[in-house]
Write a protein that binds this ligand. Structure first.
Ligand code: VGL
Ligand code: ZN
Length: 204
């Protein structure tokens, strides 16, 4: 079975949000159109406590978009975003979130960030999504959402490592783009074996 995976289409990643992705809301139309075609639909939701270590505000003398070394490697420090229970953490109101069957929340442990829908940034702590897909017989994923160069990229790379066939819906993703990070993310995903397609070429 194929699953549609919708990564972090939340207010804070859309124009006007705390960590707005340029054109972030443009992914909504193609995602809404894809939904009718899938028997399995899963969304992820970035879901941080206020004191999350990925926020620049929780470090002295650190600016957003600078980097630090964490125990698990380099970490970009972000503006406060997707704080649990806030409007910014809600799904964009135009996203048809009702048909989604599972919402995976990630980034809720204050000491560790979580980009991928499958593993936290230590690449070891699981979110449980792989177990869910295995239990439902899902072997193929269509990945959509935000942001191409962070949560989408790590989700795609982990999914390929776990043995899924993965298609990225090119027109249903947008990136933050720090120093060419969208182009390098696309290259990494292609090198790892992702298929790129337009949403209107994809069926469930
Ligand atoms: C994301 C940065 C921080 C994402 C989440 O959804 O790509 N990026 N938290
Ligand atoms: Zn985050």
């Amino acid at each position: 079975m194929k699953a549609l995976l919708i990564v972090d289409v939340q207010n804070d990643f859309c124009p006007g949000g705390a960590l707005a992705v340029p054109g972030g809301d443009e992914v909504i139309k193609p995602i809404n159109n894809l939904m009718d075609d899938f028997d399995c639909i899963v969304q992820t939701q970035d879901w941080h406590p206020e004191d999350h270590r990925s926020f620049a505000s929780n470090h002295s003398d650190k600016e957003p978009f600078s980097t630090i070394e964490m125990e698990y490697g380099e970490q970009v420090l972000w503006p406060d975003h997707c704080i649990q229970g806030t409007q910014g953490a809600e799904f964009h109101p135009d996203l048809r979130a009702k048909p989604s069957q599972l919402i995976i929340r990630k980034g809720f442990r204050k000491e560790i960030d979580s980009y991928s829908a499958f593993f936290e940034n230590d690449h070891d702590t699981v979110t449980g999504l792989h177990g869910y897909f295995q239990a439902r017989g899902v072997e193929e994923l269509i990945v959509t959402g935000l942001a191409t160069d962070f949560c989408v990229k790590w989700t795609v790379l982990d999914a390929l490592k776990l043995g899924y066939k993965v298609t990225l819906a090119e027109d249903a993703v947008r990136g933050i783009d720090m120093d060419g990070s969208v182009d390098s993310a696309l290259k990494e995903m292609k090198d790892a074996g992702v298929d790129l397609k337009n949403a209107n070429q994809i069926s469930g």
